[in-house]
Design a protein around this ligand. Structure first.
Ligand code: SF4
Ligand code: SF4
Length: 321
């Protein structure tokens, strides 16, 4: 399901921000109503029923609440990636809109939670208000960008505010073409797995499961690790399956680590499958004979059987250069 960037402005500046390069290079700060309606028409014509809004910080769009109202009115299921940092008045209006549509089963929020040491005190006050108000409509997202991360605050939040009992764990990747961005390079994967394992007993005590996002390959886990994580109900994602991103100016790219492929717009295509075929061809062309992030991928049984697709394309394409 493609993501729609409602705005390129943000209220935070996270050290790992994967959208930073794109935000810095783009002049269009927010999506127009014409573009929103065109995009949702495009979704409808392609049989897509789910809409994901992100940014920047999507709630910064001046018409954010009206956009959610419109999207729910059209019958879509809505996911919003947010920092949860917004004025209380906006939270209240958002709640009223969800209530008006009786859409509590058609909307949820992925709140990207940073270690409290990166939050300003005023920010946490707003986040807490949001957590209290939207409670079980919230899944916490946690982006790993350093290998000595702490997760205990995440479990405390789930228990204290009644959030959904799992964590969406993102691994930050190198952005192709960016000078540098804080990310977890493949040499740090063993340390990340060790750290995730360290926090598993805390997760289990809080009855929280890990949903580990794409890019952390299967071989980052030993057989023993796989057993331990599986018993704790961890959901792995060893396949690279880019979801399209649509910028406010309708520029499209296959995934944030590959956002330098943003040379086309949504207007250039008639269907999602045409767009995916277009990017798949470019990626296949650029990666040449490199099948994965490691030389070993070329002969790996997991790749042959499509259990692991060889890590994040961002590193595969770098390997090919
Ligand atoms: S395909 Fe590559 S990354 Fe995946 S398990 Fe095999 S060697 Fe590891
Ligand atoms: S390129 Fe593939 S593995 Fe990397 S972030 Fe995108 S979908 Fe995930």
């Amino acid at each position: 399901m493609p993501n729609i960037l409602l705005t390129e402005r943000c209220v935070r500046s996270c050290p790992y921000c994967f959208a930073k390069k794109h935000m810095e290079e783009s002049e269009n700060e927010r999506m127009s109503w014409d573009n929103i309606i065109y995009t949702l028409d495009f979704y409808h014509a392609n049989g897509l029923k789910d809409v994901s809004y992100l940014g920047g910080e999507p709630t910064v769009h001046p018409d954010f609440v009206e956009i959610i109202d419109y999207t729910l009115n059209r019958g879509f299921v809505v996911k919003i990636f947010t920092s949860a940092i917004m004025p209380e008045e906006k939270m209240n209006r958002l709640y009223e809109v969800i209530e008006k549509h009786k859409a509590f089963d058609r909307i949820h929020f992925v709140c990207n939670a940073n270690d409290p040491k990166y939050n300003k005190p005023k920010e946490w006050e707003l986040i807490e208000k949001f957590y209290k108000k939207f409670s079980n409509l919230i899944v916490q997202g946690f982006n790993i960008f350093e290998d000595d991360f702490d997760m205990t605050f995440l479990f405390d939040n789930v228990v204290k505010y009644g959030l959904r009992p799992f964590l969406r764990i993102g691994i930050t990747h190198k952005i192709l073409g960016a000078q540098s961005n804080m990310c977890i390079t493949p040499d740090k994967y063993p340390a990340v797995v060790k750290r995730l394992k360290h926090f598993l007993p805390f997760a289990q005590a809080a009855q929280v499961a890990y949903n580990i996002d794409c890019g952390l390959p299967m071989c980052a886990f030993s057989d023993e690790d796989l057993g331990v994580f599986s018993r704790a109900n961890t959901n792995f994602s060893w396949k690279c399956s880019p979801v399209l991103d649509i910028g406010p100016d309708m520029t499209i790219w296959p995934c944030f680590p590959l956002s330098d492929m943003n040379t086309k717009t949504l207007f250039d295509f008639n269907s999602i499958s045409d767009i995916m075929a277009y990017f798949s061809n470019i990626i296949a062309e650029q990666r040449g004979n490199n099948n994965g992030i490691y030389v070993e991928c070329d002969t790996c049984r997991q790749l042959e059987t499509n259990i692991c697709t060889g890590g994040c394309q961002s590193y595969v394409l770098q390997r090919a250069k």
